[in-house]
Write a new protein. Sequence first.
Lengths: 151, 136
Amino acid sequence: MGWLAQDDERFFPYPFLRGSNVKFGIVVSEGPYTHQASDTAYNFAKSALEAGHEVPRVFFYHDGVNVGTRLSIPPQDERNIQQQWSALGSEHGIDLVICIAAAQRRGLLDEKEASRQGKDANNIAEGFRISGLGQLIEMGIQTDRLMTFGD
Amino acid sequence: MSEDIKKFLYVNRKAPYGTIYALESLEVVLIGAAFDQDVSLAFLDDGVFQLTKGQDTKEIGVKNFSPTFRALGDYEVTKLFVERESLDERGLSADDLQDIVWEDEDDDYAEKPSIRIISRAEMADIMADQDVILSF
């Protein structure tokens, strides 16, 4: 710990954020395994929560939506990015939101959407939900700092 | 932090086609317009190509979404900052960009230009002045 301490000026350049509880909104905008973004976002969220800050919501956009499929099967000696997020989300009550527009393009469907679109399967993992881009804007409005993890 | 109006800046750094970032950025801007925040768009690096006129995507089989930029005024998105150095580095000038305007209700609906070409230093100041930056 320590590196994300609440008085660390590198992460909290503004006095109002220092020494107090900060609400972080997190955007993940690159796909799992291909790119480091979802791992770094996970490590950041975990550390921020351990340091006493809040992460009320994480928004998955672009290829980041692929984090939320429950059908990924990484080799057993590798991390399982989806399971890491599901566990962190359930432990800390994080709202894990997958963008619906990005998800539909890429074949990510929950039960309701699969039935509405006449598809024969769904693949959303536990703890994730599909919703609109409004959730991203709302997160920007309601949190103290918005962090984007991607290119 | 108070929940009054925040300054949102959408930073567009990538070419309009080749990757999906530009299109999905524009989708966020259009949805975000419903939230009554103070919205600006920035175009730098290859992002300046997004605003060029005469885009023709027929040969690559991808939808040409560039006309949507001209509709942004109707969504009250009226500040499109374009970095001069990025234009220069790519051999582009203001003449290569679409005419994008917005109607000023407070000035007898006069059409005013949405695109403002600014220097790299000015762009840095604009970024520093924001509450929320979404980078694409």
